[in-house]
Design a protein around this ligand. Structure first.
Ligand code: GDG
Length: 497
């Protein structure tokens, strides 16, 4: 079913996320604003630009007058307003590094061994979420669509509800929602679930995540009433109705498809091919993170070279690792582990000028990124778990010749839609991934085209703009679907103007 949302302008969206969609850099002592990278920015920036919206978030540096002025004046260039939430060092340590990234991030990716639960972090998480709610309330009226993003800001819904915003709040979780037996470990599991149910619409990446959430609600909040509709559920809890749906996020397909034909991208792709003559290039691109399964992937590549010696000198793995959270000791150790593995595998197999792994620890500019996608005959995307994984979709969108093979982890949200053409693998199974590399290497062009066309057509149809349309259309569904203002409890306080 195609949803058309003609009045998203009237909803004047307010997006809130932990980080504003910008990158700040000090150049010659002055702040410069650069546009940010990452899945969230890639997905939402075009939406606000087209709909005159406001983005609320932390700018990534201590706020002072100079920065405030610069952010204010950059609105025209960026195409929408930025509203700053100022965070202290303690906030960043306990809310961001602590609760968000040492408790929720690993827990929600099922990696319980990486979790650390600390009451001080939890307290600061709530205080910072209150700050966000306050900043939103200062900007919003009852008619804005307040759309809160991701795991850093789950409690913001709870505080917004306390401030009187009951029927215009929505939440989207970009990371997975874990199964019940994993979620149950969280000391503040009840509070987190109750806060999520303060939002009128709660969006997950996949049906799997939505099912996990509903099971947790049933187990931990037995008084919640869960009603099944055709495509979503409605939960009534604590005098509030919430609609729960799966909305797989996507990319701006057209921009990748168009840019992939540009001269800059073709030059960049040519450059990659020139560096690895007579090779099939396998690309892996990830942020430095233990969820991305980079060591497992390197072992699988090694296993492939070991068991399929005919591929030696014929394939090169271009592994791009984008620096992330580099101040955290666990991430520094991960980087060291990857460096050592690359060194060991290259030491073991390098021969006659051929080096099996070309390792880039850094960020590519957009033309290089698309050039790298385009030049690569195979993409090896094997996270241990991932909310969606936009790189998988970008790789396909950049393959304008319909060639290329996507090897994709079955635990990436992207697998729920790209199973039509990808080779799905269990990233923990080194031998299965190694076999998939071999299968991709020998795959003939007609099979590649058949698979790639299906994936490209899926991404073209279900692009990021449709994602927004579907999310907003579901937010707006009226009484005929058993949910509407008439069903909602009357708010006792007036939203702040
Ligand atoms: C979260 C969830 C979910 C990467 N390297 C370079 C570069 N990138 C860009 C890619 C892509 C983005 O970063 C990464 O997107 P992901 O989806 O892989 O992941 P997260 O940032 O972890 O985001 C994730 C996402 O939210 C959206 O909901 O899919 O599961 O964890 O867009 O292009 N961009 C440039 N150079 C690089 O080297 N320019």
């Amino acid at each position: 079913m195609t949803h058309r949302v003609d009045n998203i302008e009237e909803l004047k969206p307010i997006i809130a996320s932990n980080r504003l969609p910008i990158k700040l850099e000090r150049i010659d002592g002055n702040w410069q604003i650069l546009s940010g990278t990452g899945g969230l920015v890639t997905a939402l920036a075009p939406v606000l630009r087209h709909n005159d919206g406001v983005w609320v978030g932390w700018p990534g540096a201590p706020v002072n007058e100079e920065l405030e002025r610069l952010l204010h004046s950059s609105a025209a260039d960026i195409g929408y307003q930025l509203k700053i939430v100022d965070l202290t060092e303690k906030d960043i340590e306990r809310f961001y590094r602590g609760f968000s990234n040492e408790a929720l991030w690993p827990l929600f990716h099922d990696l319980i061994d990486h979790c650390s639960f600390d009451i001080k972090h939890w307290e600061t998480y709530q205080q910072v979420n209150y700050k966000f709610a306050k900043a939103i309330a200062d900007t919003a009226s009852g008619s804005n669509l307040i759309w809160v993003q991701d795991y850093h800001l789950i409690m913001t819904g709870y505080f917004l509800k306390e401030m009187g915003f009951t029927d215009n709040t929505a939440f989207f979780l970009h990371i997975p929602f874990p199964p019940q037996d994993i979620f149950m470990r969280l000391p503040w599991r009840q509070e987190i679930l109750e806060a999520m149910l303060c939002y009128r619409l709660i969006g997950f990446q996949t049906e799997r995540d939505r099912r996990n959430f509903v099971r947790c609600v049933k187990a931990l909040l037995p008084e919640a009433q869960v009603n099944q509709r055709r495509k979503y559920q409605i939960i009534k809890y604590n005098n509030q109705l919430s609609r729960i749906g799966a909305f797989p996020i996507s990319i701006d397909y057209k921009s990748f498809n168009d840019d992939a034909r540009s001269k800059d991208v073709n030059d960049a792709a040519w450059y990659f091919h020139e560096r690895f003559p007579d090779q099939k290039i396998i690309v892996g691109i990830d942020r430095l993170d233990y969820t991305k399964g980079i060591p497992h992937r390197l072992l699988a590549f090694e296993n492939c070279l070991e068991r399929y010696p005919e591929l030696r000198r014929k394939i090169t793995l271009v592994e791009v690792v984008v620096p992330s959270r580099t101040e955290v000791p666990e991430y520094q150790m991960m980087k060291k582990q990857i460096d050592e593995m690359v060194g060991r595998i290259n030491g073991r197999f390098t021969e006659g000028g051929w080096v099996p792994i070309h390792y880039i620890f850094g960020t590519l500019d957009r033309s290089e990124l698309l050039g790298c996608y385009k030049a690569s005959e195979i993409a090896l995307i094997t996270p241990l778990k991932d909310g969606m994984n936009l790189v998988a979709k970008e790789y396909c969108a950049s393959h304008v010749d319909d060639l290329g093979v996507l090897i994709l982890s079955e635990f990436a949200g992207a697998a729920s839609r790209l199973d039509c053409g990808a080779i799905l693998v269990n990233p923990y199974n080194v031998i299965e991934v190694a076999d998939a590399i071999f299968r991709a290497y020998i795959m003939d062009q007609s099979e590649q085209k058949n698979r790639m066309r299906k994936m490209r057509s899926e991404i073209r149809r279900n692009n990021v703009f449709r994602w927004v349309e579907q999310f907003v259309a579901t937010f707006e569904l009226g009484d005929e679907n058993g949910y509407g203002k008439a069903d909602l409890p009357v708010s006792t306080s007036t939203p702040q103007q």
